[in-house]
Ligand binder design. Structure first.
Ligand code: HEC
Length: 186
């Protein structure tokens, strides 16, 4: 008997196997078509169900997205509120611009009048300080609102006034300064 390589199957077995497989597919053809049409119907149904599930998932995703947007927006609003909360310590730094001319101690006037007991005080009324006529006659009462306007643009709020200060442009600096003044001028 002739020897053949060990890794090659016997040709007789190979032939047998292939004929068996073709026979199997012959046998399967009729029911396969039947099954495949059934399968097609099922797959259409499955696809429809799937797409319904997907659209509900998509709705869920949109809903979740909207919800997280709301959460993020409210977080931003919170942090904005936290930012707009004035910081008197930061205001103390802003007040460095005023210190050259203003003291916070009673009856200690410099180039400008003392700011001691500033809130609620009528403008131009610190004893012993020589004000401009414009300030003296302005009838302003110093509150957060009037100070904010004066300190933003002194020349515009009190035309003819003598405070040589350009004004504070930064809103946050202004809020912080006012918070500091409220504490430090008591
Ligand atoms: C260069 C000096 C100078 C600087 C800097 C300055 N001021 Fe004045 N300030 C004056 C003078 C002068 C007056 C008086 C103005 C007048 O009589 O028209 C005055 C007036 C005022 C008044 C009115 C006081 C009152 O009794 O009616 C306030 C309030 C005030 N300053 C706040 C400030 C603040 C706060 C700062 C810093 C952001 C500042 N000033 C910076 C010189 C200065």
């Amino acid at each position: 008997m002739k020897s053949r390589p060990a890794n090659q199957p016997c040709p007789a077995i190979r032939q047998n196997a292939s004929s068996q497989s073709s026979k199997r597919s012959d046998r399967g053809r009729v029911p396969d078509t039947y099954h495949s049409s059934r399968r097609r119907t099922l797959s259409v149904l499955a696809r429809a169900e799937n797409s319904a599930r997907m659209s509900s998932t998509a709705f869920g995703a949109i809903f979740a997205g909207a919800l997280s947007l709301i959460i993020i927006a409210s977080a931003i609003a919170d942090s904005a509120a936290a930012q707009s909360a004035a910081d008197p310590e930061a205001g103390r730094v802003v007040f460095q611009q005023c210190r050259a001319c203003h003291s916070l101690s009673p009856s200690e006037n410099g180039r400008g009048p003392t700011l001691y007991h500033l809130f609620g005080r009528m403008a131009g009324t610190v004893p012993g300080y020589f004000y401009s006529a414009a300030m003296k006659n302005s009838h302003i009462v110093w509150t957060a609102a009037t100070l904010e306007r004066y300190l933003a643009d002194p020349r515009e709020f009190v035309p003819g006034g003598t405070m040589a200060f350009a004004g504070i442009n930064d809103r946050k600096d202004m809020k912080n300064l006012l918070a500091y003044l409220r504490q430090a001028t008591r």
